[in-house]
Write a protein of this length. Structure first.
Length: 314
């Protein structure tokens, strides 16, 4: 990640409608992050290694510069992550000096709290909910900053920026507060916590334009590269020991990239030649498929994300 300094400002000849929009979105997100630090005792930033959480790290850097980010990053490691993502995570933490906490789904399975899924669509993505809730309880986090955006999925579209969760980590639509005039109410009862979404109002393109503007480094899997893959149900999957493959499903090497980064067993690739941020932006502008169209966990049922949200998924 490029070092941030107080002089990181766009030059006058680069100011445009896009840059002005990014500045407004950035200012809103920084305001939200500062409100979290002011209103809560033990906040944490949920870090997946994906572009949205990388953007949150940069925003948190700016919110507290020249000091370091004053709360830890929490990564729930499914054990089935893309190796490129884990390598990038460790590099970013070393460069930023941020505190990293990692908790493992594998340990939750060994403790008997969840069971490994079986079959063609087996994934640990849903299992990480229990690991996350355990980590929140272990460290007594009262605010978890996440990278969910309203444009991603209809279950996320109705989220508040401060989204209250009960003492079981569950979302209750009847217990959400109005957020008029940018007033963010962080008052919670004992045992409750709040999920906070500073980039709720951003779109996928906004994130990519911000990455370009800030010259942020991101995992290489976001760009076109040759990979061993196979096809199933019209989607392209990584050939990996973590991904179930039928004997008749043939492995080939194709040039692909990933629009979103999750568990390898639930995140499909897209055919692409985009090797630069500008090429990725151009590709997204022409796409008629949503960003999460390659996430199999969203396709299990019409209300899959809604159900996981009520369980404490995000």
């Amino acid at each position: 990640m490029q070092e941030f300094t107080a002089n990181t400002q766009p030059t006058l000849d680069t100011i445009s409608h896009r840059v002005l929009k990014e500045n407004l979105l950035e200012s809103e997100a920084i305001y939200i992050i500062r409100e979290v630090y002011a209103q809560f005792d033990k906040p944490v930033l949920l870090f997946s290694g994906g572009k949205d959480s990388i953007t949150l790290v940069r925003l948190a850097q700016k919110a507290f510069y020249p000091e370091k980010i004053p709360f830890p990053l929490l990564h729930i490691d499914t054990g089935h992550n893309f190796p490129e993502t884990i390598a990038f995570r460790d590099k970013l933490v070393a460069e930023t000096g941020a505190q990293l906490i990692v908790r493992y789904v594998e340990n939750t399975i060994k403790q008997g709290k969840v069971s490994e899924e079986k079959g063609r669509y087996a994934s640990r993505n849903r299992l990480q909910t229990q690991t996350l809730l355990d980590a929140i309880d272990e460290f007594k986090f009262d605010a978890c900053i996440g990278g969910a955006r309203r444009d991603e999925e209809k279950a996320r579209a109705k989220e508040r920026i401060f989204s209250v969760r009960n003492d079981f980590g569950q979302w209750d639509e009847k217990n959400q507060r109005p957020e008029l005039f940018d007033m963010l109410n962080g008052m919670i009862d004992h045992g409750q916590n709040v999920r906070v979404f500073p980039i709720s109002n951003w779109t996928e393109l906004d994130v990519w334009h911000y990455i370009k503007l800030e010259k942020l480094e991101i995992p290489s899997i976001y760009f076109a590269h040759k990979r061993a893959v196979f096809e199933r149900d019209g989607l392209i999957w990584s050939a990996s020991p973590f991904v179930y493959k039928d004997d008749e499903e043939q492995v080939t090497h194709r040039v692909v990239r990933f629009r979103t980064v999750g568990d390898m067993s639930c995140t499909a690739a897209v055919l692409s030649d985009a090797q630069t941020i500008d090429e990725v932006i151009g590709e997204i502008e022409l796409s008629n498929i949503s960003e999460r169209g390659a996430r199999i966990d969203d396709k299990r049922s019409e209300a899959a994300m809604e159900k996981r949200k009520k369980e404490g998924y995000f």
